[in-house]
Design a protein around this ligand. Structure first.
Ligand code: BGC
Length: 749
């Protein structure tokens, strides 16, 4: 009805549904219409509206008038009540439609942006906003009402299969980036969904995994990012998780969804389940869910029988339904507007280079475009643009790293390129066709070229670029062997390339096309530079070329620690948990595989740098680390308490030869107490571009509440009086200056 379209094809399509729509009385505002609907809708329709219309990636489903293959879900179309069907589509790296058969272009365009980890590596909220805004515009151009992003679970363990969809091991960086992404998406009128609430930090056994977390850890690490995103981003929706939390499915947990989310944090949007999550639909409604997704007859039968036998009353049902009705009525006013896909491709390229992290540079980068490069590694030709599963975007194209380098003016060694491309082609041609996004994608094996070819290339090229690549995605966690660690073929390739090129006095540059940390300590001495563009979306190759050539001075910083070896992380002994037989854990398996199991977060708050700060082992690269082609100098640090906030001021000067941006990180050490990390990130800012010689004053304000620790006994956030040390740092291991401040009174929240 009100969803007017500017795209003619879609206008035709919508006209039929519009014609049948009951016209609402103009005089009522949205809240009044919601209340009117609640008093007039038949119970059966209320139950339908609490559940989606079902799940089909390919076959149209009755119940919507806007079926688009590959989107994740819909609410029921009810023209007789004036209710259109809302369309929900995945993110977080772009709007997801069905993946076309090999060789065929997608029938609907969506920009494949870089993965979430690229966005957080930029430490740039404005960029997260801009990318969210572009995704919102694309969603709106198709009549999609809600994007199922951002994902914001913590990188508890580097092997988490979906870490690529998430931001960081740190709650503040996660929460702030997510809040900016939500604001960006919602600035277009489309709703955002923060997910997966909460402690969904692994894929193994996810539908039947009981996650045991103590209250303080839960509050400070795992709930905190959601709290920030809810309060600052005001998302229209939140998705609960597959896992159980301390014995209860997160989707059936009233304390989590009603007491904490709604009452404490004031969230009044849609709470939806993850797809097929949980085992008791009536309990999900009682726990405040407004939408059970994708919606099944079983859900509807279970809710109806709970209403009949009194386990669920109509007030609770109405209360749960309110946010869904409100969202349906609000998004109904959105006009479909065409999106500017060319501008979004430019933005995708900007994000790709802005989130690229330079880990090592022995004065070899940037390399002038126009030089000759021998480009090794299958990932340079078959570049991974994003992860697999629901976070996969059906990109129209992916600029490979080799294409990006060529496009920038580098001359690529033909012999190396032809052999590697042929290997990729042969491998992929032999694969069985992929039937759905849920099928695993076997990764092309690495090619170790004949040492004679490598030696010949070292004579005729200025430098070697070796790309290592890794898949990551939904349903599976990563492995240590051949994933966190290099494969034997990769090791051999690096060794031979390194020996040949160094013999000629020529540099070797490693490019890591990965979704998360890999082992670097055993081979980094064999290369002269390490660049991490992660999975850079459809413009990945351009992003890499922009950084290697110096068109963009890298300013990305790691949003997670890169351990030297997997065994050094605090969760190594406790990931992905144990299977259980004695179980209170229900055996019902939803979407995804699983056997009942339990994982105990015994490490408490000591995840990532919070762990390495007190551990004997040093990480390969610390949280927050990232090099630049220029140098920054920090002036005197000033720290003071102003109006119940900690104000930190520092001058940052570009003392090098090229323009660049830096990330100023503020960590605070609270007075020592049991179970408290040595220091925690409490604020950060990304500087504007500073020209050589230019200086700016960075000011970071840390509200008192951000300094608070959770006292589980008192159920309160507390800032204890005492001496706090304020560190200005360039990464978690490199403190530039420390100031001491005294907080005289106790603060409680
Ligand atoms: C994922 C969600 C996703 C949903 C719909 C689930 O498997 O966990 O993140 O939004 O599917 O595609």
């Amino acid at each position: 009805m009100l969803k007017t379209m500017t795209v003619s094809l879609l206008a035709l399509h919508a006209a039929s549904a519009d014609d049948q729509m009951a016209t609402p009385p103009d005089s009522l505002d949205v809240s009044e219409r919601v209340e009117q609907l609640l008093s007039t809708l038949p119970t059966e329709d209320k139950v339908k509206l609490l559940t989606g219309i079902g799940f089909s990636i390919g076959k149209p489903l009755p119940g919507t008038d806007n079926f688009m293959p590959g989107v994740a879900g819909y609410t029921w179309l009810m023209p007789e009540h004036g209710l259109p069907s809302m369309v929900l589509s995945d993110g977080p790296a772009g709007v997801r439609f069905a993946t076309p058969p090999p060789g065929q272009a997608p029938d609907r365009l969506a920009t494949a942006f870089p993965i979430a980890t690229v966005v957080s590596s930029s430490w740039d909220g404005e960029l997260a906003f801009k990318m969210g805004e572009a995704m919102g515009r694309e969603a709106r151009s198709y009549g999609i009402d809600i994007i199922l992003a951002p994902g914001m679970n913590l990188h508890r363990d580097p092997l988490g299969g979906r870490n690529y969809e998430y931001y960081s091991e740190d709650p503040l960086l996660t929460g702030k980036t997510a809040a900016a992404a939500v604001q960006g998406i919602q600035s277009t009128g489309v709703g955002a969904t923060i997910k997966h609430f909460v402690a969904n930090n692994q894929e193994t056994n996810r539908p039947v995994l009981d996650t045991i977390v103590d209250e303080r850890t839960l509050r400070e690490l795992y709930l905190r990012p959601f709290e920030i995103a809810v309060k600052e981003g005001k998302p229209r929706a939140l998705m609960t998780a597959y896992n159980l939390l301390n014995g209860t499915h997160t989707s059936q947990d009233s304390r989590l969804n009603l007491d904490i989310l709604r009452d404490e944090w004031g969230f009044d949007g849609i709470v939806m389940t993850d797809w097929f999550a949980g085992d008791d639909p009536a309990a999900q409604v009682a726990a405040g869910h407004s939408l059970l997704m994708p919606g099944t007859d079983r859900d509807r039968a279970s809710i109806s029988s709970a209403l009949e036998d009194g386990r669920l009353d109509m007030d609770a049902l109405d209360q749960a339904l309110r946010p869904t009705l409100r969202a349906v009525l609000e998004t109904d006013h959105l006009e479909m507007e065409p999106a500017d896909f060319s501008a979004h491709a430019v933005l995708a390229r900007e994000v790709a280079s802005a989130g690229t992290v330079l880990l090592k540079n022995d004065s070899v980068l940037p390399i002038d475009a126009g030089g000759t490069l021998a480009v090794f590694g299958v990932g340079a030709y078959d570049t991974i643009s994003g992860g697999t599963g629901s976070g996969d975007v059906a990109e129209a194209y992916t600029i490979s790293i080799a294409q990006g380098l060529e496009g920038a003016g580098y001359i690529i060694d033909d012999a190396v390129a032809e052999r590697t491309e042929a290997h990729v082609r042969d491998f992929n041609a032999a694969l069985p066709p992929r039937m759905s996004i849920f099928d695993p994608v076997p990764r092309v094996s690495e090619l170790v070229l004949d040492p004679a070819v490598i030696a010949a290339a070292s004579l005729t090229n200025d430098a070697a670029v070796v790309t290592l690549s890794r898949l990551a995605g939904e349903f599976v966690d990563r492995a240590v062997a051949d994933d966190f660690r290099l494969t034997d073929d990769e090791r051999v390739l690096i060794k031979i390339v390194s020996a040949s090129f160094r013999e000629q006095g020529k540099p070797v540059i490693a490019v890591l096309n990965v979704g998360g940390p890999i082992e670097t300590a055993t081979w980094r001495d064999d290369v002269d530079a390490i660049v991490v563009p992660w999975m850079g979306g459809q413009e990945a190759g351009h992003g890499v070329a922009d950084v290697l050539s110096g068109v963009v001075n890298p300013s990305g910083h790691l949003p997670m620690t890169w351990p030297a070896q997997y065994a050094d992380v605090s969760t190594a002994e406790n990931f992905p948990g144990q299977t259980v037989t004695d179980t209170a854990v229900p055996t019902y398996a939803g979407f995804g595989q699983g056997v009942p199991s339990r994982v105990e977060y015994q490490e408490g708050l000591f995840v990532g740098y919070r762990h390495f700060d007190r551990a004997a082992e040093r990480p390969a690269y610390a949280f927050g680390y990232g090099l630049s082609y220029t140098d920054f100098d920090y002036g005197r640090v000033r720290a003071a308490l102003v109006d119940d906030a900690l104000n930190v001021i520092v001058d940052v000067a570009n003392t090098g030869d090229v323009a660049g941006r830096d990330v100023v990180q503020v960590y605070v050490s609270a007075p020592a107490s049991e179970g408290t990390p040595l220091k925690e990130l409490r604020g950060f800012t990304k500087t504007d571009v500073l020209s050589p010689g230019e200086k700016l004053t960075a000011e970071i304000s840390v509200p008192m509440r951000t300094l608070a620790a959770y006292n589980a006994e008192d159920e309160a956030w507390v800032v204890a009086p005492g001496r706090y040390r304020v560190h200005v740092a360039t990464d978690a291991e490199t403190v530039v200056a420390t100031k001491s401040i005294r907080i005289k009174k106790e603060y409680r929240f």
